[in-house]
Design a protein around this ligand. Structure first.
Ligand code: ATP
Length: 377
């Protein structure tokens, strides 16, 4: 049954997290007002490295409980390089949330923005439009907190690949490629692995091949991670949907963000069967925290992914419209080429970008663009 009222757990976190989340809530409120017929209630929750310094806890039980009760979670960024657990690793409650809520698919769209300078000189870079689906509950990250030490002679971190997590990941990727094909994309899933060297990846690939047979309308490709790295630089416009292990996905998504201009432009959604957490791909960026230089776009587009996910899950046309309006507003904000974020060598910071996106959310032209694109879908 259609629903129009949603509770969003908001975890601003550390560094630039609170700055970009505050921008996102302002824009979400404007989108809600523009669309009408939907209400968003925010539940602001504590977690992160600063909290750990104060209390010794990075993800309190109460935060987990309320995040679990919410319809969706919006997260800023967590962790600070100089605040660490006794084992030397950084505070990362976002990873705990992925494991706790079984958020198996880390979905990271990578798309260029008309009007922004492109890091690659080839004009085809303007056509970059792919999605990385990163397994987010196991892989090499499963070793987190379980490192086996042999005194000061050796350490072992073990990669875990299970059939269950791999199957749901691949089905997610194939269904995504099928949906994108309906919207004019090629309809290709590329598995990224290292099956020529590690048995864990040979197993991963075997499961991929089994799943691929169930989607004859989607082309299945396989690529080693080193070759993928090369092709990210040589011809990233050829990719459609990439699916990969946790650690490879972590690395490739930062490279992918660089391809379209920087971390401040890369959104993500960590999707599970029952829960989902939406957050920018970037970290807390302590080098620019407090300066007003953070680009809020990655968080705004994560907010759009959240609205889209709520819209699909709860059959809410208002959320669906809100997601499209927010994306169109971000696109329009940069289209003239006058607004260039700091990370791309310009002088537009959090405030300037947020103001411009708010104007575009409220502009009748953006609304018309969204209505027209809906008609043509
Ligand atoms: P983590 O490991 O926690 O994901 P990271 O080590 O990848 O973090 P980030 O915090 O993402 O590091 O920062 C990487 C670089 O990108 C830094 O130079 C940072 O200033 C820049 N950066 C990150 N987010 C943004 C943003 N929203 N706007 C502008 N620059 C950003």
């Amino acid at each position: 049954m259609a629903r129009e009222g949603f509770k969003i757990a908001v975890l601003p976190g550390d560094g630039i997290g609170p700055e970009v989340v505050s921008a996102c809530l302002e824009v979400l409120d404007a989108v809600r007002d523009a669309v009408g017929g939907v209400s968003l209630e925010y539940d602001s929750l504590e977690a992160g490295a600063a909290l750990y310094t104060l209390t010794g806890e990075s993800l309190p039980v109460e935060t987990l409980r309320r995040a679990g009760e919410a319809d969706a979670v919006l997260l800023g960024a967590m962790g600070m390089p100089d605040i660490r657990y006794p084992d030397g690793t950084e505070i990362a409650p976002q990873l705990d949330l992925r494991e706790r809520f079984e958020l198996f698919a880390g979905v990271r769209p990578v798309k260029t923005f008309a009007g922004l300078p492109l890091p690659l000189a080839d004009p085809r870079a303007a056509e970059i439009d792919f999605v990385i689906v990163r397994e987010s509950t196991e892989g090499l990250f499963a070793a987190r907190g379980r490192t086996v030490r042999e005194g000061d002679r050796a350490v072992r971190d073990t990669m875990v690949i299970t059939r269950e997590a791999s199957e749901r990941l691949f089905h997610y990727a194939f269904r995504l490629a099928r949906r994108r094909k309906e919207q004019g994309r090629p309809g290709t899933v590329t598995l990224v692995d290292k099956a020529n060297v590690l048995g864990a990846f040979a197993f991963f690939r075997g499961i991929f091949d089994e799943c691929a047979r169930q989607y004859p309308d989607v082309e299945a490709q396989r690529s080693y991670v080193d070759a993928t790295g090369l092709n990210f630089v040589k011809k990233p416009w050829d990719f459609d949907v990439l699916v990969t292990e946790n650690m490879f996905g972590d690395i490739l998504s930062d490279v992918a963000a660089g391809l379209v201009g920087g971390m401040g432009l890369a959104p993500s959604g960590d999707i599970g069967e029952e829960h989902a957490v939406f957050q920018p791909c970037h970290g807390s960026a302590p080098d620019i925290a407090g300066l007003g230089h953070a680009n809020p776009v990655a968080t705004l587009l994560s907010g759009a992914m959240m609205l889209e996910w709520l819209g699909e899950r709860h059959d809410s046309p208002a959320c669906d419209l809100g997601a499209r309006l927010l994306r169109a507003a971000v696109g329009r904000a940069f289209a003239e080429g006058e607004l260039v974020p700091f990370e791309l060598g310009g002088d537009a910071g959090t405030e300037a970008i947020t103001r411009r996106v708010l104007e575009c959310v409220r502009s009748p032209e953006t609304r018309r663009e969204v209505e027209i694109s809906k008609g043509s879908r």
